[in-house]
Design a binder for this molecule. Structure first.
Ligand code: SF4
Length: 394
């Protein structure tokens, strides 16, 4: 028996697919050369943008057509043999919809899918089957509590859940022993790593967080402040430093939200040269009104202040970012504020996306997707030319 995994979306999905591969391998199933020849086809889905979702539908449609093209007799045989398993964001959203309507709709739309696998059933405690022997993705948390109004992740992955500290460090030590040179710590918001662990062991209130015992060490969680207020306690600076001290050539982390970027974290990065100097800091917009409508917990000024702090403490810093153009109601002046912020920061790379209306999100409920596709494209191109020129020419 063989399997083929098709992964759509972000590094978190790639890391999930590596653990699904282990699960299949442990059942004695081997990798297939192609999707057509596999006995098990696993499709790990993404819903962040409509275009990503459409690619999943396209693949499922093609698989269905292939089944049809071999004729009814063979279909029965093939159907019996080739199993299609759907997992990732589409399934995550369906299992979280208590009414069961989303799951019913998925079943109706894709009768050829044999199993809908929620990623929680795979869990974190399986060691991933990695193709790359030099660089490893290491998940540190799953889900998100932030509810940016455009984002579907809290509905597809649920609330933030941190992986146990000792489990992460043990995995990294094993990777080091195996000769891995780079690790990338992955979470929807790595900066808030451990917040749930701290609260679970008695950290009360936001003002007075007690010390907690982690890996036989008593540590005092770092309190993250945003917009002048205490926001959440986090363990991420400790975790990052512990992993950097293991001696990897390079330690990366994604994604790192600006409002949870503490001075302690800057200090740890500055003091450990093997922590990557390429930091991904999603800004999404450079306009305060749009940031507020997006439910991002910072202003343009605070973002620029953070960048200034990072640049002053970390030599050879290179910043990349995510930007959404054409958010509902975004005027040309507001877009220009984003262009202006990008010029001030000097990002070396940006993942620019045109706003895509996503089901269940607050933006879907509150705002009309009113920027014309042509205008979204124009804005996309302005930023693409400004920031990503070197990649376009290469
Ligand atoms: S921080 Fe915002 S954009 Fe990122 S995963 Fe959470 S809700 Fe989505």
């Amino acid at each position: 028996m063989t399997y083929f995994i098709q992964t759509f979306g972000c590094a978190a999905n790639t890391a999930d697919s590596e653990r699904i591969a282990t699960m299949l391998r442990d059942k004695g199933i081997k990798p297939a050369r192609s999707v057509e020849t596999a006995d098990y086809v696993v499709i790990n889905t993404c819903m962040v943008r409509e275009s990503a979702e459409n690619r999943v539908y396209g693949l499922l449609h093609n698989l269905q057509q292939q089944k049809k093209s071999v004729g009814p007799q063979l279909i029965r045989l093939w159907r019996k043999e080739q199993k299609i398993i759907l997992t990732g964001c589409l399934v995550g959203m369906a299992v979280r919809d208590g009414s069961g309507k989303t799951m019913k709709r998925l079943r109706r739309k894709f009768p050829m899918v044999d199993e809908f696998l929620p990623i929680e059933e795979v869990g974190f405690d399986i060691l991933p089957l990695r193709q790359d022997k030099i660089q490893a993705l290491v998940p540190i948390s799953n889900g998100c509590n932030n509810f940016c109004t455009y984002c579907v992740v809290p509905f597809t992955r649920g609330r933030e859940k941190s992986r146990p500290y000792a489990e992460i460090t043990a995995e990294c030590l094993k990777l080091k022993a195996k000769g891995y040179q780079q690790v990338t710590l992955v979470g929807q918001n790595v900066n808030s790593y451990g917040s749930d662990i701290i609260k679970g062991v008695g950290g009360r209130g936001l003002g007075a967080i007690n010390t907690i015992k982690i890996c036989r060490k008593e540590i005092k969680p770092v309190m993250v402040k945003s917009m002048g207020k205490n926001r959440i306690p986090t363990l991420f600076p400790y975790l990052l430093e512990d992993i950097a001290k293991m001696g990897f050539g390079r330690v990366d982390f994604i994604s790192s939200n600006p409002w949870d970027f503490s001075p302690e974290l800057i200090r740890i990065i500055a003091g450990n040269p093997n922590i990557s100097r390429e930091i991904h800091l999603p800004v999404q917009s450079g306009d305060n009104e749009i940031l507020k409508k997006m439910n991002r917990f910072y202003t343009r000024e605070e973002y620029l202040q953070l960048v200034k702090g990072l640049k002053s403490k970390i030599k050879s810093l290179k910043l990349s970012t995510d930007i959404i153009v054409g958010f509902p109601g975004e005027t040309k002046v507001q877009f220009h504020n984003t262009v202006d912020l990008c010029k001030k920061v000097g990002f070396y790379k940006a993942y620019i996306s045109e706003y895509s209306d996503r089901p269940m999100t607050a933006a879907h409920k509150l705002y009309r997707d009113d920027i014309a596709p042509r205008e979204k494209k124009r804005r996309w191109l302005v930023l693409e030319r400004l920031i990503n020129r070197q990649f376009r020419n290469s």
